[in-house]
Design a protein around this ligand. Sequence first.
Ligand code: DGL
Length: 288
Amino acid sequence: LASLFEVFFELFCEILMKALNYAIGVFDSGMGGLTVLAALRRVLPHENFIYLGDTARLPYGTKSQTTVQQYSMQMTKFLLQYNIKALVIACNTATTAALPLIQSTFPSIPVIGVVRPGAAAAVMESKNKNIAVIATERTVASAAYQTEINRLEPHAKVYTKSCGLLVAIAEEGLMHHTIAYDALSYYLADLSDEDTILLGCTHFPVFKETLVKVLGTGIKIVDSAHATAEVLLQELKNKKLLNVNPELGLVQYLVTDSIERFEHIGAIFLQTPLDRKDIVLIDVNMGG
Ligand code: DGL
């Protein structure tokens, strides 16, 4: 009987170890979410990730809530075929449109969005609780950041501005060009006594240096990527899902359009070159 117990115990441990090795799914409308992936890998270097970029249908930021919800559900279902142990919605627009829907449809895995962690980080950083949020048109229209910030700090004043052009400027790699400086100056002309600016879009962390040139050093710049990574770490710890493997984790990239473009433009957001052999073209309508 004792040896039977040992066999079952070993089997149980094997299954458990395999489950801990399962990847964390991350999806975004395209390559911008690689800024979030970079932060996740810094905080969780031993985890494996599957990153799905919906490059065929980006941008999400100008689309309706219904469309973004449909796309996000499709992305999630596709990733679930890979036995992921947690899901990160790296896209701000998808988080604002679809996080509650995805969480309620798939209650068996932790699903983390970028809005709540970003809002919490901004509230922590801001002294005068006057916070500016820059994001896509859909994210601004959803008022999700205001709602989250005011849930934490009811008296906080939140100024939001949709900055659509910045997405294209970032994808052109022009974040240090005068075009970026001019666009930021135009979009941020109405800022007054905000002491913190929250980057509510995956593409915006690459503008940090130019933002300092436009706004000076008196305003704190917060992006949600690092805060999201910390929330995921905590969630994996709580659920005892952390990968105990001492080796560095691997990343598999899945894209719905051109591998070449993802490799080329993705490097801007990941801040390191991508390896073409790690990128696979998929059809979300076809299953995994
Ligand atoms: N990923 C989107 C976001 O963070 C920006 C790009 C898009 O509009 O698809 O809101």
